[in-house]
Design a binder for this molecule. Structure first.
Ligand code: 1PR
Length: 550
């Protein structure tokens, strides 16, 4: 099999890229020292996180010159995400650190007044109307396909400028900003999106690059409607995983976090078993899920950390599921079964190496946020959120929030941030606050969701997974009041979760809130609806979605 050299210098999920390369018929050779680059026929530079950090690491390990030599020699070179940003002269993210300088422009941060930053999700990479006529495809890019992006900085697109310097350009639009999604010139190709996380559309791009097929005729000229640019509405499938009473690892699902079968009126039956995690993740991928989230809801107590079954689930899932994978549960500083101290960062590293793109932190984030407030909003640099986001980038850290409503008769009845609610409490209360909980909802804290989300944003979290215990498993729709309240407080993306029972609930949450994504669990697990049915429904209502490509 032909080989591809992959630079192993970055922190992050490089396993999925290797899996994707192998899936399309190439063998991966790891570049572990600058001398290896001279042996490379085709070289890929991946990258996640911080531009300055990536470039500094590349430079201090002596990679910059060999990469320049490889490019000068006319051999195929591809940069992905921060690996694409590296071909630019510099980035506003860290202006002191130089890039490779093939393109003499600076990357800029997205404006966050009208949209969430980072941009997380599926968007276009459209070449039509640019360098070539509409019937041509640059390295397998199609104007009606969507690709997975995750970034805060981008190269603004200025019509004609890059083209004048000989670059072919594919663009995307985020809010009002048009930015560069991919560029190609001679032997160089670079994508801001992650092809290895962009399903079949992304694998096609990788393959075209590795096969050296720069321009090809499009199989069909797509309709104007199917090439609409902009971030699509993200639909996520979530799998709560735990061991059942027989010791098998199963996907389960609770009602208001109670995962045991109800026996008559009381709970306490067997743990609900809805299927096997790897099989179900694959099924949702094939239905068009934009991401898959695994929550380890019992943290598999008494198991050595390195043998955590979730690692194997990730490894196996990332071989066949080419969309982003998030893993949550048990991400905190801990002591292993043999007494060794293991940091949250070590645990996250194991997950990233096994194929996760993001980790989700629940209980530990609440404790850290409480300490942040108690210390007068001072950062310590030592929390799990700070250490993981500074090593892997903010986009890799999701905070899973498990709030519960507490009703009060008036805002003055509590020091917490309240909202006026349209769903009155049991005694007619017109106000409520959202109480943070830890340990899967078992322990309520004297801390509200506003306090939590603003603190974790300041600590470097990249996204909020916003559950709601009152709504979980009820099939009665999302808690729109909660979602709007959280969206108003922060500028990082929010995933609405808990309560989805039919496709109309997804339409409602996208139209009545500014949520960035919506997540469903029970309705998919019970096979009442597929992800595809949800997306078809949203599309029928005029909302932009990504459809699964074979
Ligand atoms: O605290 O960092 O160890 O993380 C534990 C994680 O496990 C947290 O993310 C917490 O939300 C989750 N968790 C803990 N216990 C439960 C439980 O159900 N007993 N599951 C649990 C939370 C809630 C959602 C669910 C949506 C959508 N699951 O993720 O998927 O509510 O459900 P629906 O569409 O069926 O309504 P740590």
């Amino acid at each position: 099999m032909p080989t591809v050299h992959l630079l192993d210098y970055v922190a992050g999920n490089i396993r999925s890229l290797a899996n994707a390369i192998e899936k399309i018929g190439y063998t991966v050779e790891w570049v572990t020292s600058p001398a290896d680059i001279s042996k490379a026929e085709r070289l890929i530079l991946p990258g996640v996180g911080h531009f300055g950090h990536c470039m500094t690491q590349l430079a201090s390990a002596g990679y910059v010159e060999p990469i320049q030599e490889h490019i000068k020699a006319g051999k195929p070179f591809m940069g992905i995400c921060v690996g694409m940003q590296a071909v630019f002269e510099s980035s506003e993210e860290d202006p002191r650190v130089p890039g490779l300088g093939l393109i003499l422009e600076q990357l800029k941060r997205f404006q966050d007044a009208d949209k969430s930053v980072p941009q997380i999700g599926w968007n276009s990479a459209n070449t039509s109307g640019k360098e070539k006529v509409a019937e041509q495809s640059l390295y397998g890019l199609r104007p009606n396909s969507k690709y997975y992006y995750v970034h805060s900085y981008a190269a603004p697109y200025r019509e004609g400028e890059l083209e004048k310097a000989g670059w072919a350009v594919a663009t995307a639009r985020y809010g009002e900003e048009e930015f560069v999604g991919a560029v190609a010139r001679d032997n160089v190709f670079a994508t801001q999106f992650h092809p290895e996380k962009s399903g079949a559309a992304g694998l096609r791009v990788l393959k075209a690059f590795l096969d050296g097929k720069k321009w090809e005729t499009l199989p069909e000229v797509p309709s104007a409607a199917s090439t609409k640019e902009g971030l699509t509405r993200r639909v996520i499938a979530c799998l709560d995983v735990r061991t059942n009473d027989q010791g098998d690892l199963v996907v389960t699902k609770g009602d208001q976090y109670d995962v045991r079968e109800k026996d008559g009126v009381s709970s306490g039956g067997a743990v609900r078993n809805l299927g096997k995690p790897v099989d179900m993740a694959r099924r949702y991928y094939e239905q068009g899920a934009d991401e898959v989230t695994f929550l380890n809801i019992t943290s598999f107590r008494n198991c050595p950390v390195a043998d955590t079954p979730m690692l194997e689930i990730l490894r196996r899932t990332s071989e066949t599921v080419f969309v982003p994978l998030t893993i949550g549960g048990g991400i905190r500083d801990t002591v292993d079964t043999d007494g060794t101290a293991i940091s949250a960062l070590d645990i996250a590293t194991m997950y990233f190496k096994s194929g996760a793109d993001k980790v989700s932190i629940g209980s530990d984030a609440v404790t850290a946020a409480e300490a942040y407030h108690a210390a007068g909003k001072k950062l310590t640099g030592k929390t799990a959120i700070e250490s993981i986001s500074s090593a892997y980038g903010n986009q890799a850290v999701v905070i899973s929030v498990d709030p519960r409503r507490v009703y009060v008769s008036s805002p003055s009845a509590t020091p917490h941030h309240t909202i006026k609610t349209s769903t009155a409490g049991p005694n007619g209360e017109e106000y409520c606050w959202y109480q943070c909980t830890i340990k899967g909802g078992r322990e309520g804290r004297d801390f509200d969701v506003r306090q939590l989300v603003t603190a974790v944003e300041a600590m470097g979290a990249g996204e909020i997974l916003l559950n709601c215990i009152d709504k979980d498993g009820t099939n009665s729709g999302f808690d729109l009041e909660l979602i709007n309240d959280v969206k108003n407080a922060i500028s990082i993306p929010v995933i609405a979760s808990s309560g989805a029972g039919n496709p109309g609930h997804f339409q409602e949450v996208f139209q009545k809130t500014s949520t960035d994504a919506a997540l469903g669990a029970g309705m998919f697990h019970r096979q009442e609806y597929t992800v595809k049915q949800v997306k078809d429904f949203l599309q029928g209502k005029g909302l932009l979605v990504r459809q699964f490509e074979e």
